[in-house]
Design a protein. Structure first.
Length: 363
C-alpha cells in the first residue's frame, strides 16, 4: 500500500509532538513535513524543540533532522509536498480560521485538532465511531471553498470524548432526556506538565475557560444531521456540565448522570457497551481500538494511571454504573485526552477519511 505523505502544522507544541510520535511506524502515514512559527523555521526539528520535548517516549529518529518550515509563509510549498496535514497550532481563533482555510484552498486537506472550525456549519466534527456520516458534508464545503481536494475536518473537544462515547449507543437505543457531566481534566489538556506547571501539584482549579460551553454544546453537533449542505445540531438532550482541572498528567475523567426517555436496566446498558462497534471498527482502521468501550466491575475503576493507556490510549473506560436518586443512572468514564481526545482522535479521523476516499494520495 502506498503511504500518505503527512505534514504536522504546529509540530513543536505538545499536541504537535504527539502527532509526530504517532506517525512513527504508522502503516499508512509517513511524516514528511513539520511546520511551526517563524521562530522555529529553518531549524531541524530536534533543534526547534530541544528541551521542550514533553513526550515520555524519545523523539522519533525520522523526525529529528526534518527542517521545520514556516506554517504561515510556506503554505503553498507544504501543500505541494504532502497529501494532507494535521493542524495543532497555538494561535488566535481568527488566525487559525484563516490558516486552515488557506491550506484547504491550496488543495491540501486539513485534519484539525483546533477548536476554531468546530462550529463552521459545513466542517464535519467527527468521532469516527459516533458520527462518521458527517464526512458526507465535505463535497458541500469544497463547493464553498472552490476546491477539488482541499477541505477541513476537525475532531471534537477532548472533554466530551470522556463521556459522549458511552452515551451514544444508549441514546440510540433508549433516547436520552438530560445529562449532567462533571469532568476532571488532566493538565496535559492545557499543554502542561508538572514541570512546567508546578502550581498544579496538590491543587485543583474549578475553572477551565470555555470548556463547559464546549462540553454542553459540542455533543449536539456530533449528534446532529446534514441538511442543505450543513450540519444542523441536535435539539436534545439537555446537557449541563462542570469542568475542573485536576493534578493528573494524562486522562480526562467524567462523572455522568443521565435520564432516559425509556429507562433501560443495568444489564442492558452493559451489554450495549460491550457490543458497541462503530465505523472505525468495521473498517479495522489502524488506530481504532478493537473494543471501544471497556466496563470495569471493580468499585474503584477506572483510574487514570491504570486505565488511560488501554488499547493504545484509544479505548473508553467506564465503571460505577448504578441507580441515582435524582437521575435514572450515574457512572464514571475515562479517556486518554492527548490520544483519544486529541492527536490520536485526529489520526483516527484521518484514517477514516482516507479509507472512505475523501483523502487520496497524489500520483
Amino acid at each position: 500500500m502506498k503511504k500518505y505523505k503527512v505534514g504536522v502544522i504546529g509540530g513543536t507544541g505538545m499536541v504537535g509532538q504527539r502527532f509526530v510520535t504517532l506517525m512513527e511506524n504508522h502503516p499508512w502515514f509517513q511524516l514528511t513535513v513539520v511546520a511551526a512559527s517563524g521562530r522555529s523555521a529553518g531549524k531541524t526539528y530536534d533543534e526547534a524543540v530541544g528541551a521542550r520535548w514533553a513526550m515520555t517516549t524519545p523523539m522519533p529518529e525520522e523526525a529529528k533532522n526534518i527542517v521545520v518550515l514556516n506554517a504561515e509563509e510556506d503554505v503553498e510549498k507544504i501543500a505541494g509536498l504532502v497529501d494532507f496535514v494535521f493542524c495543532a497550532v497555538d494561535m488566535k481563533k481568527d488566525e487559525i480560521l484563516a490558516l486552515e482555510e488557506n491550506y484547504a484552498r491550496h488543495e491540501c486537506p486539513v485534519v484539525s485538532n483546533n477548536s476554531a472550525n468546530r462550529w463552521t456549519p459545513d466542517v464535519p466534527m467527527v468521532v469516527p465511531e459516533l458520527n462518521p456520516e458527517h464526512i458526507q458534508v465535505i463535497p458541500s464545503q469544497r463547493r464553498r471553498l472552490g476546491t477539488t481536494r482541499g477541505f477541513i475536518a476537525v475532531k471534537s473537544n477532548c472533554s466530551i470524548q470522556s463521556y459522549v462515547p458511552a452515551l451514544h449507543p444508549l441514546r440510540e437505543a433508549f433516547g436520552i432526556r438530560r445529562v449532567l457531566a462533571c469532568t476532571y481534566q488532566a493538565i496535559s489538556g492545557a499543554g502542561k506538565t508538572f514541570e512546567t506547571w508546578p502550581e498544579m501539584v496538590d491543587n485543583l482549579i474549578p475553572y477551565i475557560g470555555g470548556e463547559e460551553e464546549k462540553s454542553e454544546q459540542e455533543p449536539l453537533k456530533v449528534w446532529g444531521h446534514i441538511e442543505n449542505g450543513v450540519i444542523v445540531k441536535a435539539e436534545s438532550p439537555a446537557i449541563t456540565s462542570q469542568c475542573l482541572r485536576v493534578p493528573v498528567s494524562n486522562g480526562h475523567t467524567a462523572a455522568v448522570f443521565v435520564d432516559f426517555e425509556k429507562k433501560p436496566n443495568i444489564t442492558d446498558i452493559k451489554e450495549i457497551w460491550a457490543g458497541f462497534r462503530g465505523r472505525a471498527q468495521e473498517l479495522n482502521l489502524p488506530t481504532a481500538p478493537r473494543q471501544f468501550i471497556h466496563y470495569f466491575e471493580e468499585p474503584d475503576r477506572p483510574q487514570s494511571r491504570l486505565d488511560r493507556e488501554l488499547e493504545g490510549g484509544m479505548a473508553i473506560s467506564a465503571g460505577r454504573l448504578r441507580p441515582d436518586t435524582q437521575y435514572d443512572y450515574k457512572f464514571v468514564c475515562l479517556s486518554h485526552n492527548t490520544l483519544r481526545g486529541a492527536a490520536g482522535g485526529a489520526v483516527l479521523l484521518a484514517e477514516l477519511l482516507c479509507a472512505e476516499g475523501y483523502i487520496e494520495p497524489k500520483e
